[in-house]
Design a protein around this ligand. Structure first.
Ligand code: CUA
Length: 342
């Protein structure tokens, strides 16, 4: 089971990360793919420049002091090594204090400017999305442009390129944190409260989001697949998500349909257009079209689906998903049906 587990971004790649803008750019604030992340990225480099400059000055000052003391000791061993402060030293201290004030002022102005830029995102004509954090998955709802209702999905967030999406963040159990490093800053999801965050993507592709607040044993397996689509791709994706699930044609998948929509699965999961109407777990209407299983834990495949539904505690110990006792033939049928939910 572990071999199929998806690899999280490596924490060991700081040097290539700085050089290339991230571990492949897949999950990194140093390879911005959104206006908000680009603002934060520029602040990062401003802080790096100011603090790096001060650090080099401190080390240089320390080096000069060490060399001077060493020379003085060598010249006249009997004399005390510390001399009283003179004019030159006072002037140096004054210049140093001035430099610190200037450096801190630059940092304060920079961070204030970035915060204002992020807060004043183009919210007019924004796409409306709701994201709710659960232990340990994401409920995602899109405002349907046709009906004004909500289209529900889970664990995979699609965003249109170049348009601002306003995401309302809530939580059902404990505090989680919504973070797509390439796109924007992080923001907490708090039970009983709605926080909003604006995302304005500037680069198409797949990215990885991650819950950024410890929320229980499977916090690390609370990932979010993020796809930034062109406007056309996004509209057709949203239209396909709005449709109810198709009825399977082949006999094995039909057996799976019966097992999933009339059995244990239907108590917690909804599949629109079928008798399954559970609300406790993720909506599975277009489950087979997603990239991963169990919130970024396994790559989507029939094997992964079978492993997840029959032994969820082996994949994600502590998960709220109970095991489903199925014969190998029934597990295969269920996976055929679920995989076919495109
Ligand atoms: Cu949800 Cu950490």
């Amino acid at each position: 089971m572990t071999s199929g587990r998806r690899r999280a971004a490596l924490p060991f790649c700081l040097v290539p990360l700085l050089a290339t803008g991230g571990c492949g750019g897949f999950q990194s604030p140093l390879a911005p793919a959104g206006e908000q992340a680009a603002s934060i990225h520029s602040l990062f480099w401003l802080m790096m420049a100011v603090c790096g400059f001060m650090y080099v000055l401190v080390l240089a000052g320390l080096g000069v002091a060490v060399v001077r003391a060493w020379r003085r000791r060598g010249a006249s061993p009997g004399e005390p090594s510390i001399t009283p402060p003179d004019e030159g030293l006072n002037r140096g201290l004054l210049a140093w204090a001035g430099l610190i004030v200037v450096g801190l002022t630059v940092l304060i102005v920079g961070s204030f400017w970035v915060e204002r830029t992020i807060a004043s995102a183009r919210a007019r004509d924004a796409l409306e999305v709701r994201v709710t954090g659960h232990q340990w998955w994401w409920r995602i709802q899109y405002r349907d442009p046709a009906t004004g209702g909500w289209i529900e999905t889970a664990n995979e967030l699609h965003l249109p390129l170049g348009r601002t999406t306003r995401v309302s963040l809530g939580a059902s159990d404990v505090i989680h944190s919504f973070w797509i490093p390439n796109v924007a800053q992080k923001l907490d999801l708090i039970p009983g409260r709605i926080n909003t965050i604006d995302l304005t993507p500037t680069r198409a592709g797949w990215f990885r989001g991650q819950c950024a607040e410890f929320c229980g044993v499977q916090h690390a397996h609370m990932a979010l697949d993020v796809k930034i689509d062109t406007a056309q791709e996004f509209n057709s994706w949203l239209a396909s998500q709005a449709r109810p699930a198709a009825r399977p044609a082949d006999p094995a998948a039909s057996r799976g349909f019966q097992l999933v929509t009339e059995g244990q699965c239907a108590m917690c999961h909804a599949i629109r257009g079928t008798p399954a109407r559970g609300r406790a777990g993720p909506d599975l209407t277009h489950f087979g079209a997603r990239r991963s299983v169990a919130a970024g834990t396994l790559t989507m495949s029939r094997g992964a689906i079978q492993g997840w539904i029959t032994q969820p505690q082996a994949v994600k110990p502590g998960t709220m998903m109970p095991p489903v006792a199925l014969s190998p033939a029934d597990a295969d049928a269920a996976s055929r049906y679920l995989m076919g939910l495109k």
